[in-house]
Write a protein that binds this ligand. Structure first.
Ligand code: NAI
Length: 298
């Protein structure tokens, strides 16, 4: 699989997972914008060295890349990141929204500053970068988008209400872009990685040895490829496991077309309401509505 002629933007590519995505895309012929603010894990500080180092690795290996140091957390930053791709390489085909920070705290002690900081980088950051790229992709009728989500949002994790909300927000953004992008050849997917990076080195314990970031890379690079016709997907990937996460809805309990059931009736049918033996995985709102409409029609 090769990426000759393709231009990729990888945010937060100065280290950790983003670096591995940038290296592998470049190794396979993509021209890459290596974006990284060069901040600490909590988002403070800035430095050019992280992005420069990865660009050096790519060019030393014979690949093509440019560094960009803008923050995804502002609209101007996002615009400048995509402009860097247009200036250096004339287009953009692939965006991996990977930049991220942590401000973990139990909900009782969470401050709105910590909420804003995390939403600004992860969730609004993805809008800042993807909006200007979308215009180019829509025009050319081709695009591949990957959003870095997390099990913390998909399934919940103590102390990460800000991060979990942002990461689940990215799934919503990816799903809508999959629906809107279908007719323009734009595929959009979300990935929840598990990997040993500076972000996780303190929490993985002995497990760290088994979850090299390079084990996440093949799936993410596949989702960026021309071969990938998968869209609207959510994947969990780490330590050699590659799997799908999905949002489905069961058949549920239908109370009938007329009247309103009592609270007691709802309580009496809770087993049916929560039963998982029969479900669908809608790929857009209409597919859920069709299930509901078929019940109403009898
Ligand atoms: P990392 O800390 O090694 O990489 C994140 C990079 O983003 C850093 O190089 C940092 O400088 C950059 N960055 C931070 N704020 C930025 C901004 N405003 N603008 C541009 N760049 C910025 O962490 P890691 O583990 O590689 O994380 C990559 C992504 O994967 C993140 O979105 C993270 O939330 C997500 N993730 C990682 C998991 C893991 O197990 N490592 C688990 C679940 C999700």
């Amino acid at each position: 699989m090769n990426f000759d002629g393709r231009v990729a933007v990888v945010t937060g590519a100065g280290g950790g997972l983003g670096r591995t995505y940038a290296l592998e895309l470049a190794r396979r012929g993509a021209r890459v914008v290596v974006n990284d603010l060069g901040s600490t894990v909590d988002g403070s500080g800035a430095s050019h060295s992280a992005a420069d180092m990865v660009v050096g690795e790519i060019t030393d290996a014979g690949g093509e890349a440019v560094a960009n140091y803008d923050s995804v957390a502002t609209e101007e930053g996002g615009a400048a990141i995509i402009q860097a791709a247009l200036d250096a390489f004339g287009t953009v085909d692939i965006v991996i929204n990977n930049a991220g920070i942590l401000r973990d705290r139990s909900f009782a002690n969470m401050t709105m500053d910590e909420v804003d900081a995390v939403l600004d980088v992860h969730l609004k950051g993805a809008f800042h970068v993807t909006l200007p790229a979308w215009k180019v992709m829509k025009e050319k009728g081709y695009g591949r988008l990957v959003f870095a989500s997390s099990a913390a949002g998909l399934f919940g994790n103590f102390g990460q209400s800000n991060y979990g909300a942002a990461k689940m927000g990215l799934v919503g953004l990816s799903n809508v872009l999959a629906v809107e992008g279908a007719k323009y050849g734009i595929m959009s997917n979300a990935v929840a990685p598990i990997a040993r990076t500076r972000m996780t080195e303190d929490i993985l314990g002995p497990f760290a040895e088994l979850v090299a970031p390079e084990k996440v890379t093949p799936l993410v690079v596949y989702l960026c490829s021309e071969a990938c016709q998968t869209t609207h997907g959510i994947f969990t990937v780490g330590g050699g496991r590659y799997a799908r996460v999905f949002i489905g809805t069961n058949h549920g309990w239908f109370s009938g077309p007329d009247g309103v059931p009592s609270v007691e009736e709802v309580s009496d049918h809770l087993d049916e309401i929560t039963d998982l033996s029969d479900y669908i995985v809608p790929s857009n709102v209409n597919e859920e509505t069709a299930l509901f409409a078929s019940m109403l029609a009898g």
